[in-house]
Design a protein around this ligand. Structure first.
Ligand SMILES: Nc1nc2c(c(=O)[nH]1)N[C@H]1C(S)=C(S)[C@@H](COP(=O)(O)OP(=O)(O)OC[C@H]3O[C@@H](n4cnc5c(=O)[nH]c(N)nc54)[C@H](O)[C@@H]3O)O[C@H]1N2
Ligand SMILES: Nc1nc2c(c(=O)[nH]1)N[C@H]1C(S)=C(S)[C@@H](COP(=O)(O)OP(=O)(O)OC[C@H]3O[C@@H](n4cnc5c(=O)[nH]c(N)nc54)[C@H](O)[C@@H]3O)O[C@H]1N2
Ligand code: SF4
Ligand SMILES: [Mo]
Length: 749
């Protein structure tokens, strides 16, 4: 073990990256003269590690291959030379003073986390987790991971945990984020397949955004909307008058969580107008007749009453959908984080199907992804579906995957994994006794966060693997493993439009921090199952295994040669089967299409190639406001400079200046004056679960009776109510009952 660790640590000082463009001189870059230590001698391209847009950054390196600074890549088909503040500042969090440099183990006598060697850390990991499994059974161990590590790392983790360590119940923060889209697409299209390409932002005649605030959350996608030359109608369906709503041509401020009723009402009116594409429906879908008679009950009057929207607004939106040639529908967390989110996402899909707005330029039922590699975790997380989108429950799928990985198929469990909330309940009931948390900050971001300290006490051993030991979750761990972050390792991210892009090593991780890939390799050795993973000898070797797993699947990317090929093409969207490569990669003067959408032939991924209409009666939200808790609390992204729980973005002086430094709550002026609350006053927001001190921002962007708080401060999830969509088990973060009271005047924010 000692020599494996030594080799890995030594390897960290090796060459940084393989794909470099050498500069003849700094002048060639048009950069100002700088001291020689800071003179870039080469540039490499790397995909940003924050959001799912997947912008390419040109990272400028010194003679040692160490990043000096970066600029957005003008030649990349995604961002066309643009980046948001987080992208520009991507290198800064790597140099933060609280970076973890060694493993930390809690000393039982002092109760403190203290530095230890990797050998000691791995010993503690194996000894404690094996003891848990011996006492409580193999399934008493779980992991919670992320959509923010590269595809090769998440696949190795999933394989190691399930095939090597015998875990069954594993999940990730993608459950909080994309589980709904995953299930909705799988049921409607036969595979988790967002159909669009970013070119669709520019090619639509009408864009309908539902529960999405791209101005803040996906600013570069929004820039693509702004580049649309067709003078499009832009409809934003959001209870809040967001930055995106202000920039749109129409804002539809519906009552929170009334989307399902609204979308069925729109379908009703489209049918009444005769604005459906019968030919497309008959040739390419099924279950339409039942859907059409179901939405008969959603009359404009009923829908207006339940959504709080005037009937004229419904007619206006229907007019746009019915008369525009190319209509695209886009949704994000305002849909996915709801108590009936899967059916809501499918109601959007139904609108696209019934109007034939799919498979053509500027159309589609399009879920925008969240984290840089949420799409990779949907394909290769090995949680609810088997690596590559296969089915744990099918003998033939398990045998197929086992053959490619070179392992015994008996090692692949046939059982179903619990979802995130069920794992948490499993800790409560004593079924789960050991937890490994990788690249997520559960103690801040989980909807039932208030319960977490108690659950933590029920765990016999908890390991956190992060870049920092200062996160809320790491501080509660028994063992903290120091991870290299974005920019300190290599691998592939898949962005929202199914584009594979390569993230490169441009900086050395501090101290003894190792890439997650290297940590998983070490764990496999220490656990005694290293032999199962001999084929996974490097991230690129792992990529080749994943490529082979994709063969014959809708996500087939067997035409990709390797990392350099991806980079040469400006990223490659799946599917990219080997047959496509031979069409395009030869001496053809035509470059492979850099933008591709799915379903242009009307063939979906279901057994009969037809897309399916799914629907259900709307249900009331779990915790509506009442006399004791009269406000409805909405939560989400507050600014383009803040990323989730802040463990990375808070490390940048630049980003900190672009956003409030403490928790605030947005309240409508009518409510504020009734309660005697003025701008900047200190207030406390309370729910049945907890309190959150904040300062008030009085603004008419929120409707009366509603409040909005940004998720970037941990007190917010003390308030949220744990309700879950029954199909996706995604939490409903955006609706719970609260009250608000002033505590003192004038916060000096
Ligand atoms: N700057 C920044 N960018 C990010 C992130 C970040 O943390 N910071 N996170 C990334 C991730 S992981 C994700 S998932 C995405 C999220 O991206 P978005 O989903 O766009 O962001 P949110 O603010 O969570 O929610 C979007 C909108 O849903 C609205 N909403 C709330 N309830 C309802 C409802 O009942 N109906 C409707 N129609 N709308 C409703 C909210 O008012 C909000 O404006 O952003 C990604 N990009
Ligand atoms: N109230 C409310 N809560 C929400 C939401 C909401 O809208 N409202 N949104 C939900 C959504 S959509 C999401 S996606 C989640 C996000 O919630 P989290 O996943 O908890 O948030 P992050 O801050 O991104 O946490 C990622 C952690 O990984 C670490 N990290 C970064 N890179 C690496 C790496 O390469 N390796 C390792 N080992 N660690 C790394 C970071 O330091 C950080 O601590 O929050 C959810 N919670
Ligand atoms: S939009 Fe997303 S991918 Fe692009 S620079 Fe910003 S955070 Fe990075
Ligand atoms: Mo997310």
């Amino acid at each position: 073990m000692k020599s494996v660790v030594e080799n890995l640590l030594r390897a960290r000082t090796g060459p940084m990256t393989t794909e470099l463009v050498r500069h003849p001189s700094a002048h060639g870059l048009g950069l100002p003269q700088v001291p020689s230590r800071l003179t870039p001698v080469s540039t490499t391209r790397s995909i940003c590690g924050f959001c799912s847009t997947g912008c390419s950054l040109n990272v400028h390196l010194d003679a040692d291959g160490q990043a000096i600074n970066l600029s957005p890549d003008p030649s990349y088909p995604v961002n066309l030379g643009m980046a948001c503040p987080k992208g520009w500042e991507a290198l800064t969090p790597l140099a933060a003073t609280d970076r973890l440099k060694t493993p930390l183990l809690r000393n039982p006598s002092t109760g403190r986390l203290e530095p230890v060697s990797w050998e000691v850390a791995l010993g503690a990991f194996v000894q404690n987790f094996k003891a848990v499994q011996r006492t409580h059974g193999p399934h008493s161990l779980s992991f919670l991971s992320t959509g923010q590590i590269v595809m090769e790392e998440m696949a190795l983790l999933g394989a190691l945990a399930k095939f090597g360590m015998g875990m069954l119940h594993v999940d990730s923060n993608t459950r909080q984020c994309m589980a709904t889209s995953h299930v909705a697409y799988k049921q409607s299209f036969g595979f988790d397949a967002p159909p669009f390409s970013y070119a669709d932002f520019e090619e639509s005649d009408a864009l309908i955004f539902i529960g999405a605030n791209p101005c803040i959350a996906h600013p570069i996608m929004w820039q693509r909307v702004m580049m649309n030359p067709r003078n499009p109608e832009i409809v934003v369906i959001d209870p809040r008058r967001t930055e995106t709503a202000v920039a749109a041509t129409h804002h539809v401020p519906l009552r929170p969580k009334s989307d399902l009723t609204l979308l069925y009402g729109l379908a009703h009116l489209l049918i009444a107008r005769g604005a459906v594409k019968r030919e497309f429906i008959d040739a390419h879908t099924k279950n339409y007749e039942a859907f059409a008679s179901f939405v008969d009950a959603f009359t404009p009057e009923r829908v207006a009453t339940e959504t709080g929207l005037p009937v004229e607004t419904l007619h206006r939106v229907v007019e746009i959908i019915a008369t525009k040639e190319r209509v695209s529908f886009w949704w994000t967390m305002g849909v996915n984080q709801g108590h009936e989110s899967t059916r809501t996402a499918q109601a959007i899909i139904n609108l696209a199907l019934m109007t034939g707005n799919i498979g053509r330029p500027g159309t589609g039922a399009n879920s925008i992804t969240g984290q840089c590699n949420a799409m990779g975790s949907r394909l290769f997380g090995n949680a609810s579906s088997l690596l590559g989108g296969y089915d744990f429950g099918k003998d033939s799928d398990r045998a197929h995957v086992a053959a490619i990985l070179g392992i015994d198929s008996e090692r692949i469990p046939s059982g179903k994994s619990w979802a995130y909330d069920q794992i948490m309940d499993g800790i409560d009931s004593g079924a789960i006794k050991g937890l490994w948390v990788i690249a997520t900050n559960t103690a801040h971001s989980w909807i039932n966060q208030k319960r977490f300290p108690d659950l933590r006490r029920k765990l016999e051993f908890m390991v956190v693997q992060d870049m920092y030991a200062t996160t809320e979750t790491a501080q509660m761990a028994d063992l903290v493993l120091p991870a290299a972050g974005w920019g300190e390792k290599e691998g592939v991210f898949i962005n929202s439009e199914r584009r594979l892009g390569v993230s490169r090593k441009v900086s050395r991780a501090p101290g003894q921090a190792l890439s997650d890939f290297a940590i998983f390799t070490l764990v496999a050795e220490a656990w005694g199952c290293g032999d199962l993973f001999r084929k996974w000898e490097s991230p690129e070797a792992a990529f080749r295994l994943l490529r082979e797993l994709s063969r014959g699947q809708p996500c087939n990317f067997t035409g990709i040669e390797g990392y350099d090929h991806i980079q040469r093409e400006g990223g490659i969207q799946w599917p990219y089967p080997a047959s496509r490569k031979s069409e395009t990669a030869s001496n053809s003067p035509i470059p492979p299409q850099s933008q591709r959408r799915l379903f242009s032939d009307g063939q979906f991924f279901t057994a009969d190639k037809r897309a399916v209409f799914h629907f259900d009666e709307p249900r009331p939200m779990a915790e509506p406001p009442d006399s004791a808790y009269p406000f409805l609390l909405n939560t989400g992204r507050g600014s383009s400079a803040q990323w989730h729980t802040g463990s990375r973005t808070n490390k940048s002086d630049v980003l900190r200046k672009l956003a409030p430094v403490s928790l605030y709550v947005e309240i409508n002026p009518a409510d504020a004056s009734r309660l005697g609350i003025a701008n900047n006053d200190d207030v406390v927001v309370s729910s049945r679960r907890g309190d959150a001190p904040a300062f008030a921002v009085v603004t008419s962007t929120v409707q009366p009776g509603q409040l909005f708080m940004p998720m970037h401060f941990d007190a917010v999830n003390r308030l949220t109510f744990p309700s879950f969509d029954p199909h996706s088990r995604q939490p409903s973060y955006k609706a719970c009952a609260v009250r608000i009271a002033r505590t003192s005047k004038r916060h000096d924010a």
